[in-house]
Ligand binder design. Structure first.
Ligand SMILES: Nc1nc2c(ncn2[C@@H]2O[C@H](COP(=O)(O)OP(=O)(O)OP(=O)(O)O)[C@@H](O)[C@H]2O)c(=O)[nH]1
Ligand SMILES: [Mg+2]
Ligand SMILES: [Zn+2]
Length: 319
């Protein structure tokens, strides 16, 4: 039988499979995808390698890859992602960062957050199954509003989300935050202008392997446009800076997913199966609200997100 000729693309794939089998690869992870090139940190050689990116692997920050042991290494494979963060305002759900241990939502007195945004961030991270913490930055400029603070206290006390109060400018509170960032890969998310990049700069490790290469462009106070990973602690603490969210919304969150963002409601059982907690009689959540066991702000935020969902749904149909 005549042997079928392989195309160049098929040959490369076959070569990659053979290399994968040999397991003779460098392990690395993506620090930044600049479009044409990707910066990959390779712990074994302790260096950042710049590699031409291929569309095939669709690499995002935090992706873990296997590289060929050549003078000019190639990306042979992308390991499966443990999780992936999507942008809050992206109805198409494109991932922006992978393999995250913790997301820190950064807030500040200026620009002030809107009340329901706390529940929105919580819901978004619960749905993605990424642990959440909050950072109140710019404490040198004053306090957040009482309505935001009561929501953050609820998140801390009832939902076990740590809350840090810091100032990237004065350095206040950074010691405790730095400790919390140790030995994991974290990401800073939140509105534009709250100081995410300023915090990353303030927290960078003294002997940063990426500082010369990568972070010079971030020294100014420019709005961040790329998602990038930095070493902030010699104990393997990595921090990803992400562009601020301008539009608020939950992207294409589904109605059923909203309840995932309110695990505290499970403490109040209902007599209805699949209750959406909006009916009045016999609903455990409504009862807890009437009895003032569940704070009104928590229930109001739930109703707000449910309403928001219907808007997101209509919007989505245009795609
Ligand atoms: N007073 C005060 N200003 C701060 C603090 N942290 C950051 N800023 C200022 O806030 C502004 C925005 O800071 P960035 O770090 O660029 O904010 P960002 O969250 O990265 O913004 P995007 O990249 O657009 O999402 C800059 O003018 C900073 O100097 C702080 O702790 N106190
Ligand atoms: Mg920034
Ligand atoms: Zn109910």
């Amino acid at each position: 039988m005549k042997k079928k000729k392989l195309s160049d693309k098929q040959k490369t794939i076959m070569q990659d499979i053979r290399r994968k089998d040999s397991a003779d690869l460098y392990e690395g992870f993506v620090l930044v995808n600049k479009g044409k090139v990707v910066d990959i940190f390779c712990p074994e050689i302790g260096k950042v390698i710049q590699i031409n990116s291929t569309k095939r692997h669709q690499l995002i920050v935090g992706d873990s890859v296997g590289l060929s042991r050549e003078d000019v290494p190639n990306i042979i494979m992308r390991h499966n992602r443990r999780n992936a963060l999507i942008r809050l305002d992206d109805p198409m759900r494109h991932p922006i960062a992978a393999n995250i241990d913790m997301a820190y939502v950064v807030l500040a007195p200026v620009p002030a957050p809107w009340d329901e945004s706390i529940a929105q961030y919580l819901c978004y991270l619960y749905v993605l199954n990424i642990p959440c913490a909050f950072i109140i930055n710019k404490i040198d400029l004053g306090q957040l509003s009482p309505s935001i603070l009561s929501r953050l206290n609820y998140a801390q006390d009832i939902l076990n989300c740590p809350v840090f109060k810091v100032s990237a400018s004065s350095g206040e509170g950074l010691v405790a935050l730095r400790q919390h960032l140790e030995q994991k890969t974290s990401i800073m998310i939140g509105p534009s202008g709250v100081g995410k990049s300023s915090l990353v700069q303030a927290l960078l490790a003294e002997k940063n392997i990426v500082i010369g290469d990568l972070s010079a462009a971030q020294k100014g106070r420019h709005t961040t446009s790329v998602t990038q990973k930095y070493l902030i602690d010699q104990n393997n603490g990595w921090l990803i800076d992400s562009p601020g969210v301008r539009q608020c919304g939950l992207g294409s969150i589904l109605k059923e997913e909203i309840l995932l963002g309110f695990p505290d409601f499970q403490k109040y059982p209902c007599q209805f199966r699949n209750c959406n907690h909006i009916q009045s009689k016999g609903c455990g959540v409504q009862h807890a609200l009437d009895e003032k066991i569940l704070p009104a702000h928590r229930y109001e935020d739930y109703l707000f997100l449910c309403q928001k969902f219907s808007v997101a749904h209509r919007y989505e149909r245009h795609f």
